[in-house]
Design a protein around this ligand. Sequence first.
Ligand SMILES: NC(=O)c1ccc[n+]([C@@H]2O[C@H](COP(=O)([O-])OP(=O)(O)OC[C@H]3O[C@@H](n4cnc5c(N)ncnc54)[C@H](O)[C@@H]3O)[C@@H](O)[C@H]2O)c1
Length: 389
Amino acid sequence: MQERLMQERLMQGGSMQTDTMQAGTTPRHILVVGGAGYIGSHMVKRLARAGYLPVILDNLTQGRRSAVLSGHLIVGEMADRAALETIFQAFPIAAVMHFASHIEVGESLAAPGKYYENNIGNTIGLLNAMVRHKVLRLIFSSSAAIFGNPVYIPIDEYHPAAPINPYGYSKLVVEQMLADFERAYGLRAICLRYFNAAGADPEGELGECHDPETHLIPLILQAASGRRPALTIYGSDYETPDGTCVRDYVHVQDLCDAHLLALQALLAGAGSARYNLGNGNGYSIVDVIKTAEQLCGHGIAQRQAPRRAGDPAILIADSTLAKKQLHWTPRFGDIATIVKHAWQWEQNHFSAAAMPAPVLPAENDKQDDKQRTTLADTLAANDDLAKDR
Ligand SMILES: NC(=O)c1ccc[n+]([C@@H]2O[C@H](COP(=O)([O-])OP(=O)(O)OC[C@H]3O[C@@H](n4cnc5c(N)ncnc54)[C@H](O)[C@@H]3O)[C@@H](O)[C@H]2O)c1
């Protein structure tokens, strides 16, 4: 019986290694800032399945209301003091997961102020509110971009941090701020440096949907399905085996597992830590295109363009520390599985029946999001609130 339950969980994308909340345990509220975005929305689903009560704060600049499948969604700004006061007073938050940031390397070079303001400035507002309310556990979405051009591969936690773009700097500054907040207030933080987050919910309910999209796998699949005329390859003259950039793709579900393990560690009293999260395998753009072509059974149109500023040639993670200390075991490390789940999402979510071309899904969803919910509306209309407190 126990074995069947375990198998069912695994097939549903669950994990026995992380689903350790026992029957009878008091459920814990977790504030997920940026929980309507790509990775955050998968995390919300994962938290709910593991028995936690997600409270989501997202301003929906990139996120979508429809991506929040569980919990209490509050549409608002991470730095809005009044909103944070209300949330921390209304819910007994046990820990915070912080996914909210601007995420495009290229845009960060063109508009650095936008990145420093949101990724650093607004994070300070969140941290101050956590300190005011004595919520002193945080999991922060950091990035391989803090390392810049690697001086050795694979990149472990001892590798020097030398970002080559404002996006990477913004993540590094937050990591440094967190060390100061720990010294001053005892705020314990686990920084998870994702390499290339990719793939989609194995059950097909969620996936990647940025607007504009800049990530390789969704771009390849948009070209494969005809939603984009061709994939643009930026630079074929890097010092890599086929001249295109090499990256370490890590499945979004595996990232969620790492967050759950980090959360459990913090709840059990673990100290602050920083972990690099990847599979330790590098795939070039050409490798990923070939994998996608095999999967969808036809060629994918491509065009060449010059290199983009701010792109290192190779990024590959050494995740030994996360495996050793968090007992993290990626379950979907194979690039074919990562692309398969993303393709499943592309086909189901953006098929002609689901979403007639050429309307962009993010724009469509944003129509709904215009009917924004105020914090007061959310709390007033929340039937579950009294029950949960
Ligand atoms: N996607 C990747 O490959 C990758 C790699 C490394 C690190 N990361 C980090 O992971 C996190 C999540 O990435 P993602 O791909 O899911 O991005 P995303 O853009 O899909 O999600 C971010 C969410 O945060 C929200 N948000 C942004 N600023 C906000 C603010 N001031 N107040 C409230 N909500 C705000 C957005 O509306 C969005 O829903 C980011 O911090 C990103 O830097 C992502």
